[in-house]
Design a protein around this ligand. Sequence first.
Ligand code: ME8
Length: 503
Amino acid sequence: MKFYVTTPIYYVNDRPHIGHVYTTTIADIVARYHRLCGDDVFFLTGTDEHAAKVVESAAQRGLTPQQWADQNAQAFQETFKKLGIANDDFIRTSEDRHKTKVQQYVGELLQSGDVYLGEYEGWYDAGQEEYLPENKAKEYEFKSPFNGKPLVRKAEKNYFFRLSRYAEPLLQRIADQPDFIQPNERRNEVVNRIREGLNDVPISRTGAGDWGIKVPGDDAHTIYVWIDALINYLSTVDTPERSKYWPADVHLLAKDILWFHAVIWPAMLLALKRPLPAHVYAHGFWISEGQKMSKSLGNFIDLERIDRYVADYGLDALRYYLASNGPLAANDSDFAEAKFIEVYNTDLANELGNLVNRALSMLNRYRQGVVPQTTTADLRAEAEKTFTVYRTSMDKLDLTGALAEVRLFVIRANRYVEENAPWKLAKAPEQAARLDAVLYNLLEAVRLISVALLPVMPTIAGQMRTQLGVGEFTGKLPEELAWGRLPAGTKIGTVAPLFPKKV
Ligand code: ME8
């Protein structure tokens, strides 16, 4: 099966921060999971470059917009590479392969009458480059909900997209497929807003100079950055080799940009007569030490801090924390350093690291490091339940739920050690077969946990496998999550702590 997952394409004007790293890491985990299941995966991320802010910032630095975009796009690419993100492509909207497709699709929409030339007057949020509907402008007291600056009354001749045509088809789609927009809270918000009515939306602006994509046949108009940006998901795979990936299986993003992804983009696709993505998933926001992250507070968890966590605790610990404690559901999550350290010490060092270390050390001590035969499968039923829940959770993007389930199994396996006290069994020769069984069951639990953790902590899971002597993972995840695949006679590798304890 094919599986196509996307992240938002990030504004090149900003430096990468924990928010960008989060969505991209979640997408990476989902992509790795599907690859391990044997799917033909395409994972796309990239940068959104045609915003007016890019022209301003470039000018302030004496650079061309392209030079400034090049620098910053590179920063995003390097960051993602450093953080182990295995994306299949990185789309930049200033690339020709994207620009030609945008013109092609907008041309199709002009032909079909879904895009037309009209006049628009409304309340404009210059920072966000978007018009707010009259009722929203009023609700926010004619100030930007994002930066508090006054909205501007603006009139212009524009090309419009006939969004008003698509309220019913969109509502129908959401009714037919309730998990199209996730989580549920977000779907309800979108449905309520569509029911308030949809106006046509301007999709071009004038006076933008050369930075941006022109409306085909009318060089005075530049295609509005949001329309240009949304198209990346399709333009990148609209080639003979990649067309098999469309429609996307999931667009991942945060709640701030859900409207564009759940309403405007699907309506554009309906107008283009292209299939709609299967899911639009809008997670919540990270806040920082209890406060909203903002430029004015200067409290972004930025790259310097991220680098420090990676240096001190390892990249996989950061990935685990993001996935297990992040705002995947409707609520926001607090990124607090103390919490991060607590999760490292508890879930990783005390629970997982300890389990692996004691299981392998006891095998060395009592069986010269060779996996024995077993006569009972004490943990089998629990393993089967754990990994069934794990898989259904991963399949529906509930990474937090999947990891919570794995953690319970780690705790269970540690308790199994206490219950069976192998150190006592080792003293009684008539208990030799029982000790064999206990050791086997423990090591098989460790193997299963390593398989489940591969998408989230690829390096740690790899180390677990090396220490266990089972080598690099080459199988398929669903099969490898079945009980009893650890061969008796396996000679384990060198045992070393996975998570050095921190204070
Ligand atoms: O909106 N917590 O780009 P952007 C979690 N270019 N995620 C966060 C976050 C936070 N505090 N802050 C940002 C744009 N994000 C457009 C998108 S797509 C066709 C065009 C993440 O650079 C989250 O994924 O502002 C959010 O949706 C995205 O960054 C916004 O990135």
